[in-house]
Design a protein around this ligand. Structure first.
Ligand SMILES: N[C@@H](CCC(=O)N[C@@H](CS)C(=O)NCC(=O)O)C(=O)O
Length: 229
């Protein structure tokens, strides 16, 4: 029975496609398109919360990026790309593995939600959230100034968890990365990895890489231009 990865295009399930390509495991990739902005029925049929990613493995259906990443690594990847407790950078690995979904993503999502209400950039909460986002990105930039990968010298699943928030997520909530030079160098390193290239080609062949500073073109604008919104 092959592992099935359900990837909602232009979404955080790109983490799983990248992980599987880095691990070089046997898996079946099923692509789902947004309808037009949110999940299509095919994802809702798999996950009552209607969110991607979702994986299937025999009788198991599992959602949540971090849970899926850990499952794939330990059930199909012989533990590769996870640093073991015996590794000197184990705590760093754990911290950065959880940092994106636990810290950065909520900040970006709060900004997205507030902007959707029509709040302007001078809005008190908007200013506060943008200041907090800058704090998070400066912190990440410092980490990457002295470490090639998030957990240290070794590329790991912590990187697979985090890059989505710095790339694809910016098509939903625009933010500029120009002043974070270490983050930009890191994203360039990521984009040069064969596993990342394969994942992009298979999962989101039409999506720009989004590794440059200025905020990428917004997904809603693409939909509007195509007459889908
Ligand atoms: N905490 C969840 C969040 C999942 C999530 O928000 N997925 C988004 C994709 S970026 C989604 O499915 N959006 C479509 C929708 O909600 O209809 C995870 O890490 O998997």
């Amino acid at each position: 029975m092959t592992l099935i990865v359900h990837h909602l295009q232009v979404s955080q399930s790109d983490r799983l496609v990248w992980l599987c390509e880095e691990l070089g495991i046997d898996y079946t990739l099923k692509l789902h398109q947004r309808d037009p902005l949110f999940s299509p029925q095919s994802i809702k049929d798999l996950n009552k919360l209607g969110q991607a990613p979702v994986i299937q493995d025999g009788n198991l259906t599992l959602a949540e990026s971090a849970a899926c990443v850990e499952y794939i690594i330990h059930k199909h990847g012989n533990g590769r790309l996870a640093l073991p407790p015996s590794h000197q950078n184990y705590a760093d690995y754990l911290y950065w593995f959880h940092w994106s979904n636990g810290g950065l993503q909520p900040k970006i999502s709060q900004l997205l939600a507030l902007r959707s209400t029509g709040a302007n950039p001078e809005n008190h909460y908007m200013v506060r959230l943008n200041t907090q986002l800058d704090k998070f990105l400066t912190f990440l930039d410092e980490r990457l100034g002295s470490n090639k990968w998030l957990a240290g010298d070794e590329f790991s699943a912590a990187d697979c968890m985090t890059v989505f928030s710095l790339t694809t997520m910016r098509t939903f909530q625009p933010f500029d990365l120009s002043k974070y030079s270490n983050i930009l160098s890191y994203l360039r390193r990521v984009s040069e990895r064969d596993g990342y290239k394969r994942a992009r080609a298979k999962g989101d062949p039409n999506l720009p890489l989004m590794i440059d500073g200025p905020a990428p073109r917004q997904f809603v604008d693409v939909l509007r231009a195509e007459g889908k919104l």
